[in-house]
Design a protein around this ligand. Structure first.
Ligand code: ATP
Ligand code: MG
Length: 331
C-alpha cells in the first residue's frame, strides 16, 4: 500500500535539456504520486560531472532542471526539492558506499558499459565507474522506500538494495532497503531516428530526441519524420516494429489509453494519421509545460525553493550519515 509515511525519491542529471523520455520514465510517475509519499526530488549535479561541460552551462542546466521539475508539476509544498551538491552528506556516504561495492558489480552495470565506450580516447574516468555507489547514497540518505526511474536505471536501484543489505548485514541495521518503480508504459522511450537506442538528454540536438523545451513546430517535425517500418499497420511489437511501438508507448503513456485500444482505433489507417495524433498529444503536453516553465525560471523563485529544500534535506541526510558512521565505528 502507498502511504504518506513512506518515502519516494528521484533525480535527474543536469547534463542536458530534459527529454520526453525523462518526463515519461521518471518525472511524471513521481508527480502523480507525490501526495501519497514523503517526497524528495533532487538535481543530480554531482552526477553531471561524469559528462564534463563548461561551468556556466552546468550552472544554467541546474536552474533549467529545477524550473522544469516545477513546470512538470512537482509541488514544493508537497515535495522537498534540492540540489545534490548542497547536501554534503551525499559525497561522504557515497564514499562510504564505494567500500561496500565490488569491482565486478560495477563492471556489470550496463550504463557503464555503454557510456565508457564513448570515452575511449582519453581514458575512462573513474567517476563513471563509481557513480552507482553515490547513487546508492542519494537514495539511502532519505530512508527511501520507492524510487521511480526509467528502465535504464533499474539495475542501479537494485544495486542500491544489495549494498544496503550488505551494509546492514555487516554493521547492523542502518539503511532502509528501497524498491524500484518502473512504469508499465513509457519506461524506455527510444530515439525517434534510431529506435535501437534509448532517447538520451546528453545526445545533443538531433531529430531523434524530443526536448521538453523544443519549439512545437520542431517537435511535430521530429515525430512526423520518426523512423518506422513498411508494414503500415499500427501494431505494438517492440522487437519487429520498434519505431511504431515507441510512438504507441508515447501516446499511451501520455493519454492513459490502453495499447490494444490504440491499435483498434488505428486499424486500417495509415502511419500519417497515427503520427499526427501522437504529435498533437505531445505538443499539447509540451505547450502547457513550456508556459509553466517560463513562470518558474526566475532566480527569486528557484533560489528560495532550493535553499528551503536543502535545509530540509540536510536534517534527514545528516541523521542517516550519523547512523552509518556510528555503525562503522567512525564515531
Ligand atoms: P544522460 O544522457 O545524461 O544519461 P538521460 O536522458 O539518460 O541523460 P538521466 O539524468 O540519466 O537522463 O536519467 C533521469 C531519469 O530519466 C532516470 O530515472 C532515467 O531512468 C530516466 N530516463 C532517461 N532516459 C529515459 C528514456 N529514454 N525513457 C524513459 N526513462 C528515461
Ligand atoms: Mg542516463
Amino acid at each position: 500500500m502507498e502511504k504518506q509515511d513512506k518515502v519516494m525519491l528521484t533525480g535527474v542529471r543536469p547534463s542536458g535539456n530534459i527529454t520526453l523520455g525523462n518526463y515519461l520514465g521518471a518525472i511524471k510517475n513521481f508527480v502523480t504520486r507525490q501526495n501519497l509519499y514523503k517526497s524528495y526530488i533532487f538535481v543530480a549535479d554531482l552526477h553531471a560531472i561524469t559528462s564534463p561541460r563548461n561551468p556556466d552551462e552546468l550552472r544554467e542546466a541546474v536552474n533549467d532542471c529545477m524550473a522544469m521539475y516545477l513546470a512538470c508539476g512537482v509541488n514544493p509544498e508537497q515535495t522537498t526539492i534540492f540540489r545534490q551538491s548542497e547536501v554534503l552528506e551525499h559525497g561522504v556516504l557515497g564514499f562510504i558506499m564505494t567500500f561496500q561495492t565490488h569491482m565486478g558489480e560495477l563492471s556489470r552495470m550496463t550504463q557503464f558499459k555503454l557510456k565508457s565506450q564513448n570515452m575511449g580516447k582519453n581514458g575512462i574516468d573513474t567517476g563513471l565507474f563509481v557513480y552507482p555507489p553515490l547513487m546508492a547514497a542519494d537514495i539511502l540518505l532519505y530512508n527511501t522506500d520507492m524510487v521511480p526511474v526509467g528502465l535504464d536505471q533499474q539495475q542501479h536501484v537494485e544495486l542500491t538494495r544489495d549494498l544496503a543489505q550488505r551494509f546492514n548485514k555487516r554493521y547492523g541495521n542502518t539503511f532502509n532497503e528501497p524498491d524500484v518503480y518502473i512504469a508499465p508504459v513509457g519506461n524506455k522511450i527510444l530515439n525517434l531516428q534510431n529506435p535501437a537506442e534509448k532517447m538520451n538528454k546528453s545526445d545533443g540536438q538531433n531529430l531523434g530526441t524530443i526536448f521538453l523545451m523544443d519549439d512545437l513546430k520542431l517537435v511535430r517535425k521530429k515525430i512526423m519524420s520518426a523512423v518506422t517500418d513498411c508494414e503500415a499497420v499500427v501494431r505494438f511489437d517492440e522487437e519487429n516494429k520498434p519505431g511504431i511501438s515507441n510512438l504507441i508507448s508515447i501516446l499511451s503513456a501520455i493519454t492513459g489509453e490502453k495499447i490494444p485500444d490504440i491499435e483498434k482505433r488505428f486499424a486500417g489507417r495509415g502511419y500519417g494519421d497515427f503520427k499526427r495524433e501522437v504529435a498533437d498529444v505531445v505538443c499539447d503536453l509540451l505547450d502547457k509545460i513550456q508556459t509553466d516553465y517560463k513562470r518558474f525560471k526566475k532566480p527569486e523563485v528557484l533560489n528560495k525553493i532550493l535553499s528551503d529544500g536543502a535545509t530540509k534535506a540536510r536534517v534527514v541526510a545528516s541523521e542517516t550519515l550519523e547512523r552509518a558512521k556510528l555503525a562503522l565505528g567512525l564515531k
